[in-house]
Design a protein around this ligand. Structure first.
Ligand code: C5P
Length: 395
């Protein structure tokens, strides 16, 4: 199993390192921890020792002769090195070649992939010194896990909060996948994601509750497998995944239709995950519609079915659709599989649209059907790609 070295610095988010270590241990990784002295004021080495089931190295050991050797052996032991949380201070030190404690010394002695998961006060986060240090380190191959926006210890709602622990673990795991099996290298994958917005007037639109999480998770997995990924996305609140070949931002179903059809011919795999509006207002008023005392009738017309058209134009491509149903999930999915000329369809309950978890049933052209119980969308995306890989290998 892989060895993961965790560096914990003295940001208030240091306590969250306990959860990262615990998730990694549950997944079966070997974990060793180095703490800075200030980190030990926030969470005790004993806690991280118990969770990692390994002796935690802190600065206290620095004067110990054995540790002089340990900083080299730890650097070599690790397959990947994660610093979480990574403060303004540690980034400043590494960017300027300072190795004055155990953590910065091991970082300076390491030739392994190093990830910094940023967490700090928003003013520090926006400080141009940090930005310059990050740029410098990125050019040298160090990787950064951006902070999220959220409620910070300094009582403000802003950017600077450590990214969710499971997402950090997912990013680290992708490092292994990309190293070991870029199995979709050279394959072009187009994914539609998110919702569409169908305008009624300059300020109003019809839409749905899709968050876009499933499609974005699929894009991230496809990138980690080495694919050239085009993500055609309706509006979402999500961060654009890094490593895409192309990100196409669209609003309406018509926009999405054109964006997809222009690009579908050259693809190897198409995945229609977007929750596309079936109808749009027939007339879009140029001016804001004024209220009156009478009823308002809006006439809707059909939007093109993007996936149906992909199925019609399909040559060698593998085509996957989703079926978000509220009733008769499997029967309805089967009908769509045939009608839209798909290789397989992912049936799920429409109620999971806004959630970060999903439970699915994959139904294949040959009748085979596989159920995946409720789990995070990132994991569901992996299961879906395992099935896509099987289809790619059949070609
Ligand atoms: O027929 P239905 O809309 O339920 O099928 C859902 C599947 O079709 C999803 O994969 C969705 O992305 C796709 N779809 C589409 N264009 C539409 C409607 C749905 O691509 N206009």
């Amino acid at each position: 199993m892989k060895n993961i070295l965790i560096g914990v610095t003295g940001g208030i988010a240091a306590y969250k390192s306990a959860n990262i270590i615990s998730i990694l241990k549950k997944k079966g990784y070997n974990v060793k921890v180095i703490m800075t002295e200030s980190a030990t004021n926030i969470i005790t080495p004993q806690t991280l020792e118990t969770l990692s089931r390994n002796r935690v190295v802190t600065d206290m050991w620095e004067r110990n002769h054995q540790v002089e050797v340990e900083h080299i052996s730890l650097a070599e032991w690790a397959d990947v090195f994660l610093i979480a949380p990574a403060t303004f201070n540690i980034i400043g030190k590494v960017a300027n070649g300072i190795a004055d404690d155990m953590l910065s010394t091991v970082i300076s002695a390491s030739k392994k992939p190093i990830y910094f998961a940023l967490a700090m006060n928003v003013n520090m986060y926006e400080n141009p010194i940090l930005k310059e240090n990050i740029k410098k380190l990125e050019n040298l191959g160090y990787k950064f896990i951006e902070s999220d926006e959220g409620f910070l210890a300094c009582n403000v709602n802003a950017k600077g909060r450590l990214k969710n622990e499971s997402e950090i673990v997912e990013i680290i795991e992708n490092e292994f996948i990309s190293k070991t099996s870029k199995i979709l290298k050279g394959k072009k994958v187009l994914i539609t994601a998110g919702r569409t917005e169908e305008a009624l007037d300059p300020i109003r639109y019809f839409s749905n509750r899709s968050s876009g999480q499933m499609g974005y998770s699929l894009a991230k997995v496809a990138i980690s497998l080495g694919a050239e990924v085009t993500l055609v996305s309706g509006p979402t609140n999500l961060e654009i995944p890094s490593g895409l070949k192309e990100f196409v931002s669209v609003r309406s179903a018509i926009d999405m239709f054109h964006a997809v059809m222009e690009r579908f011919d050259e693809q190897d795999v198409g995945i229609a995950c977007a929750a596309v509006a079936d109808y749009r207002p027939k007339e879009v008023s140029e001016q804001k519609i004024k209220k009156s005392d009478s009823e308002l009738t809006i006439v809707f017309e059909r939007n093109p079915d993007i996936l149906f058209n992909m199925g019609k134009n399909k040559k060698e491509q593998i085509l996957i659709g989703f079926a978000a149903e509220t009733e008769n999930i499997v029967q309805n999915a089967q009908k769509k599989l045939v009608k839209k000329n798909l290789d397989f369809i992912v049936a799920n309950n429409a109620q999971n649209m806004q959630k970060s978890t999903n439970s699915i049933q994959i139904i294949k052209k040959n009748g085979e059907s596989i159920v995946f119980e409720e789990s995070p969308k990132s994991e569901i995306a992996r299961h879906i790609f395992n099935e896509i890989i099987k289809e790619v290998q059949k070609k």
